[in-house]
Design a protein around this ligand. Structure first.
Ligand SMILES: Cc1cc2nc3c(=O)[nH]c(=O)nc-3n(C[C@H](O)[C@H](O)[C@H](O)COP(=O)(O)OP(=O)(O)OC[C@H]3O[C@@H](n4cnc5c(N)ncnc54)[C@H](O)[C@@H]3O)c2cc1C
Length: 497
């Protein structure tokens, strides 16, 4: 069976890796010049960095087992330190009661509690807005906390008002988290730690991207081929039965199956003339871009966080990553620090086309204004622009996504997965799970509904988390499963980079 995979990110490479292990003949086509997609690592100023912060975390034993199979023992546990910068103050996140109280002051804290109790105690009449992100958060945290900790960050990220943002975003990312749970967690009396608060995580010593570099190496060494700098123009089909691909350079290739992680909108538009309703629906699906500005700072101990959320509305950046605080292997002997500032925008925003030196100057000025540089000079800068990296869950987006999904379900042998591939706000674990299940559908003729991953797919067969010693069943009910790298994945050394 010849399978084509479009895109060498977490979803595409996981599918390719699994398919290769199962004996399929796989070709991966990647438009970029390296593998890993959004989760790639790059060498910069003699150090190794990711595209912004990349904390891997999953409770799904299948996802964690695969991650450990590829990473082997080449990871360290990182103690999470992250804070929120708001109105010139730094709030620990996860919240620490003493720190939060000191920063916001007693009056503000009482106001937060009052607005929370108002949501909890006042009868729900008239029925409150729960379809929007704003409504969802206000009901769980109160308006005051929404305004302090959710509004400005979310509006920077998505570029639309929180009233125009769908509650799905909160439901997927914040889930059952509430003020009550945050307080229990801060006081150490919470039962299972909420996913957004996890305070230790496993991180590969060669950066996040090594996971996908090793998967690609495996594919290349076991009969498959990862073709970088090879963009796919469209998927070819006969009467909705897939038969191959047309590449951007005009070549065509025949395949029995296609797994696509290219942007859903571009995939659909490439399939030929669309029914009017599908055409209209796909035109409503939008993405948000990211500009990453890396700053090379001549200093070492700037601040302890792996990343900080920048809520202050007067600053354009939304998040800053400090790569010196992940694992020492990333910077080795270097005596400098690399920071990455994220700016989110649309194609038509002026900042998207702002020249690199202006962006570097803007980022430097913003960092200086926070006091986080402690006077250390910025000696260099580098800019990366990433298009379409956030699928926008605008209010009611599902009614546009559904006709597109229904249309795609009508194509035989085509499997769209991944973050922009399936229009899901995925983390690596969701994309890995999609890749795993897509491969199972093909190899074992299973019928997993891949559109349900990262929406309704909560039924883990087995819950287990990664610890220093390997995979530990949740609740510590059994001994940890030791890290077992297969001989093949152990043989994949970084020299293959
Ligand atoms: C700043 C930032 C921070 C993040 N932080 C975290 C985090 O802390 N934890 C976490 O787990 N996740 C995080 N993520 C999310 C994580 O990076 C993604 O969920 C994951 O990488 C998505 O993998 P994917 O394969 O679905 O998509 P992608 O990584 O986008 O891969 C798709 C690939 O397809 C290629 N492609 C597109 N079009 C074509 C075409 N026409 N032909 C050929 N190839 C094509 C692209 O070049 C890309 O390589 C973060 C993402 C960003 C941007």
């Amino acid at each position: 069976m010849r399978v084509a995979v479009i895109g060498a990110g977490a979803a595409g490479l996981t599918a390719a890796y699994q398919l290769c292990k199962g004996g399929a003949n796989v070709d991966v086509f990647e438009a970029g010049d390296g593998v890993g997609g959004l989760a790639r690592s790059i060498d910069l100023w003699g150090q190794r960095v990711d595209l912004g912060p990349h904390r891997f975390f999953s409770k799904d034993a299948r996802v964690n087992r695969l991650w450990l199979e590829v990473v082997g023992r080449d990871y360290r546990m990182v103690d999470r330190i992250t804070r929120i910068y708001f109105r010139h103050r730094f709030y620990h996140y996860p919240l620490k009661p003493g720190n939060a109280l000191r920063n916001m002051g007693v009056l503000n804290a009482v106001a937060c509690l009052g607005s929370y109790l108002k949501e909890k105690i006042v009868p729900y009449y008239p029925p409150r807005e729960n379809e929007t992100f704003e409504g969802w958060v206000v009901r769980r945290f109160g308006r005051k906390l929404f305004e302090m900790f959710f509004k400005s960050y979310s509006e920077k990220l998505w570029g639309i008002s929180c009233q125009d943002l769908d509650a799905d975003f909160a439901a997927q990312r914040i889930k059952k988290f509430s003020l009550g749970e945050a307080v229990k967690s801060a006081l150490g009396i919470s039962k299972g730690q909420h996913k957004t608060l996890v305070d230790r995580f496993a991180f590969p010593i060669q950066g996040t991207g090594i996971v996908y570099e090793r998967m690609a190496d495996y594919v290349n060494q076991h009969g498959g081929k990862v073709h970088v700098r090879t963009a796919v123009k469209r998927v070819l089909h006969d009467e909705h039965r897939v038969r191959g691909l047309e590449l951007a350079d005009g070549r065509t290739e025949e395949f029995d199956r296609v797994i696509s992680t290219m942007p859903l909108t571009l995939l659909v538009r490439g399939l030929g003339e669309l029914p009017t309703a599908v055409q209209h629906a796909v035109d409503q699906l939008r993405f948000r871009n990211t500009i990453l500005v890396y700053l090379h700072v001549d200093g070492r101990d700037l601040f302890p966080d792996q990343w900080q959320y920048i809520h202050s509305p007067e600053l354009g950046t939304g998040r800053v990553t400090n790569f010196r605080n992940w694992v020492p292997e990333l910077y080795g002997d270097a005596k400098t620090t690399i920071l990455a500032l994220e700016y989110w925008c649309f194609d038509e925003d002026a900042i998207w086309t702002e020249p690199d030196p202006a962006l570097i100057a803007r980022a430097t000025k913003e960092m200086e204004s926070t006091g986080l540089l402690n006077g250390a000079p910025v000696i260099d800068g580098k800019v990366f622009r990433i298009r379409r990296c956030y699928p926008i869950y605008a209010r009611g987006y599902r009614k546009h996504l559904e006709p597109v999904v229904d249309y795609l379900r009508g194509f035989e042998r085509l499997t769209p997965i991944g973050r922009y591939g399936a229009f899901k706000y995925n983390n690596q674990d969701h994309s890995i799970l999609m890749g795993l299940l897509a491969a199972e559908n093909i190899l074992e003729r299973k019928t997993h509904d891949l559109w349900a991953v990262n929406s309704d797919y909560e039924s883990y067969q087995e819950a287990a988390v990664i610890t220093e010693t390997g995979l530990e069943p949740e609740g510590g009910a059994a001994a940890p499963e030791p890290v077992r790298s297969s001989a093949e994945t152990q043989a994949l050394t970084p020299s293959a980079r």
